[in-house]
Design a protein around this ligand. Sequence first.
Ligand code: TYD
Length: 141
Amino acid sequence: MRVEFKELETVSDPRGHLVSIEVGRSIPFPVRRVYYIYGNKDGKPRGYHAHKRVKQALICLNGRLKVGVDDGKTRTVYELKSPRELLIIPEMIWRVMYGFSPDAILLVLADQHYDEADYIRDYETFLQAVREKTPPGGAPR
Ligand code: TYD
């Protein structure tokens, strides 16, 4: 699983906290798009897709939520519950965001502009694409 969960360095003083995210340091890709999700209704889940090429970094700025990630072989759940936590999701990872607290604000940084053609929204199609990419006997070392 190539997903990475990181604790971001925080500069704290009596006035509060400051977190800085630097491209090439905290995030291993250029950022070409920023979007955020908030006002989640009744904890309704989102996602249920993978991206063919787009890489993303997720930060829960307020509240909490869970992110289930699946590379076609292994599933892992991360809980984002602090603006100090960064979850990096590379391409070809199926993801589901759920368990949103009503006050959750999820910030997403992406390396490419929005393009619906980059989405795989069908799980079986995703698994098929993973199988086609993995040579028999597993991934090369
Ligand atoms: P989607 O990525 O499916 O959201 P989620 O995975 O959180 O459920 O996007 C929801 C809708 O918003 C879809 O119609 C596409 C649109 N959208 C944009 O217009 N620009 C964007 O950058 C994103 C991420 C989505």
